[in-house]
Design a protein around this ligand. Sequence first.
Ligand SMILES: NC(=O)c1ccc[n+]([C@@H]2O[C@H](COP(=O)([O-])OP(=O)(O)OC[C@H]3O[C@@H](n4cnc5c(N)ncnc54)[C@H](OP(=O)(O)O)[C@@H]3O)[C@@H](O)[C@H]2O)c1
Length: 371
Amino acid sequence: MVEKSTQKQDTTPIGALPTHQWALQLHGPGLYSVDRVPLPTPAPGQVLVRIECAPINPSDTYFMSGMYKLYTDDPNKVKYPMAPGWEGAGVVVANGGGIMGWRLVGKRVAVTRCREENRMFSIGGCYQQYMITTAMQCLPLPDTMSLEQGSMHFVNPLSALGLLDTAKTYKTKAIVQTAAASQLGKMVVHLCKEEKIPLINIVRRDEQVKMLSEIGAEYVLDSSQSGFGERLKELADKLQATVLFEAVGGETTAEVLEQLPYNSVCIIYGLLSEKPISNLDPLLLIGRNQRLEGFFLGHYLTQKSIWGQLSLFKKCTQLMSSGLFKSDVAKRVSLFEIKDAIMEYKANMSKGKYIVYPQQEPTPEDMSGQQ
Ligand SMILES: NC(=O)c1ccc[n+]([C@@H]2O[C@H](COP(=O)([O-])OP(=O)(O)OC[C@H]3O[C@@H](n4cnc5c(N)ncnc54)[C@H](OP(=O)(O)O)[C@@H]3O)[C@@H](O)[C@H]2O)c1
């Protein structure tokens, strides 16, 4: 197990690259192993990044288990075996060609997996020691930001900003959010506080009420308490909360939406229950003019101009550097511990992120598990 995070991790000097590396290899939905594979070679426009750390996000677990059927049911979309891992951080160690990549060599960067044409998945992600990505997918990190926090730069912080930006287009007076004790939910709490937007937070356990109150959340409702629906309705009416950030799905979407005022918009951005939306009364959408829409960070970013994206990244780096967007870390693990880490993480997600450290060499026990 990796013991602790360091502000600036040791890195192999550039030029001394190995020929092979350890990589988590996904062989099909739910099937993975840690294998010794050749180092990938970056093409023009791409760089090679030595990955120091990478979080396990819900989207990683969905992709690995095959829940993203849109991709995994199509044999032409995902080229197995491949390394999963949506985001991470490390040091750029080689350039495949191009001025952007050349300027990045030697820099500490936050990265996301390579964006490929036609939403293909043929190039591996961050759960390996070295990955290739496009120079455009690398964001240089300030010296003051640890690689660990930097590894969580993209997915949650940018989505929190994107969700709030989207809510503002509806000119709502207040917002409601489910799964509010998530890392993303806590970022929304901070953003709404800064912008003085009343926010009704919904959690499912008493200790999460305490957790959110401690970071300054004003309205926190526990959905496991009796009278939850009435209290939500009363508060949503009073504050005129007509935008819902919904990350649970299953029965939660309808249970919450039916307490919200006429003309409310439910922005669905997660599926933490891992179940389809159920029990939704069509009359909510017809008679009460309520609406459902999806939010996906990738789509949100592509709608923005390059300048819009750059200013969003800049704002995000500022919020992260200020500590407002700091993510909690529950545990640090090696590539060989990912399977157990996912199970532990799912059992208590509010505890914080599990961070994978791919440079951690295998222990003798890991090696015997490889036989
Ligand atoms: N659409 C996008 O572009 C996008 C981008 C980023 C993130 N997301 C989504 O944002 C959500 C939050 O991500 P995160 O990384 O911040 O999560 P996280 O920190 O891992 O926390 C997940 C939270 O959800 C709660 N939760 C889990 N299952 C639940 C259920 N069935 N009902 C109610 N609450 C439940 C957990 O509570 P317990 O401790 O009680 O389990 C925990 O507080 C995820 O759904 C993720 O997929 C979407």
